[in-house]
Each structure stands twice: as C-alpha cells, then as structure tokens.
Design a binder for this molecule. Structure first.
Ligand SMILES: [Fe+2]
Length: 174
C-alpha cells in the first residue's frame, strides 16, 4: 500500500512519523516497576525523568521510555487520574500547523487542559487539548531526539499552565 495521505484540512507541512513512529502516549500505571520491566523486555530504554513537587508535599515521578529516535514513545506514572490513557502526542513538521490547531481548539471552544509550553525532556512546543473521549491530545512541534544519558527535571522550560482541570494533568509544571 502506498496511497497518498489526504489530510482532513490543508496542512503547511506533515506529521513527524517514519523512523520516529506515530508519536507518544502517557498512561497511568498502578505498578510502575512492573511496567518498566515489561517495556524493557520489549526493548525500550529509559527511566524516571520528571520528579515534580506536588501540593500535598509528595513527589510525582514520571518514567519516559523510547524505542526509536523520538525522545520517548511511552511515559507512565502512578498518577491519580480517572483515565488510563492520559494523552497521545502527535508532532507537526511546521509550527504553523500547531498554531492553527491551537486556534481551532479556541474557536470551537474545546477544553484546553494545559496551555502552550515547552517540555524540559523532549523540548517540544505543545499544548494539551481534550478529545470527546475525555483523554487528551498533545499536538506538538520540534521534538528533540532521544538521548542515552539519565536526565531529571522538576518542571518544564516554560508554560503548560493549567487551563482546565479534571484531565489528569493538574500539576504545576512551571
Ligand atoms: Fe506528552
């Protein structure tokens, strides 16, 4: 099959896929250690990358693992969230497409859980918008490549401020 891709609306560029896969997703795990063991068995690499101070004085830990050139393909933690699937990230090649998507969310009054911001680990400019199923989609641009060194962060480079609560992302990232 080599049929051309017809996007649902005109795009300035494309989606970043190919040897970086579809994007990434973040899921809630009850047993983080078992999840790390499982994905390691599949050949993924990575570890805890975020240690976020929580309002209750505890520290929220998030693990990120990669299986190709993308910074991470799956992330997980024992976060108190209703949905198992927290979000799916898709990456645009062109910042114009990210901006247009953001504008469409605002025009159509679709919930934005986290405002625009840049993550410390994958360096992508992204925001988090609600899907009709209640999980989030994270449209992004300019994701960084995976590195092999261990990295720890307590927050993001800027932004990702909480705009709408209740989507399992009610954490202060900057
Ligand atoms: Fe993400």
């Amino acid at each position: 099959m080599n049929n051309p891709f017809h996007p649902g609306r005109p795009l300035h560029g494309k989606f970043v896929t190919g040897d970086q896969g579809l994007g990434h997703c973040i899921v809630r795990q009850t047993d983080v250690e078992a999840a790390h063991k499982f994905y390691s068995l599949l050949g993924l690499r990575g570890d805890v990358e975020y240690r976020i101070p929580l309002p209750n004085g505890m520290t929220g830990e998030l693990t990120f693992m990669h299986c190709n050139g993308r910074d991470h393909s799956i992330g997980f933690g024992a976060m108190p969230a209703e949905k198992r699937l927290n979000h799916v990230m898709l990456e645009y090649t062109d910042i114009e497409d990210l901006g247009y998507t953001h504008q469409q969310f605002i025009k159509n009054e679709i919930d934005i859980a986290l405002q625009l911001g840049i993550h410390a680990n994958d360096k992508a400019l992204t925001f988090y918008g609600a899907t009709p199923s209640g999980w989030l989609i994270e449209p992004g641009w300019r994701g960084a490549k995976a590195i092999d060194e261990a990295e720890y962060y307590v927050g993001d480079i800027f932004g990702h401020g909480i705009e709408t609560t209740g989507y399992g992302m009610d954490v202060k990232l900057s």
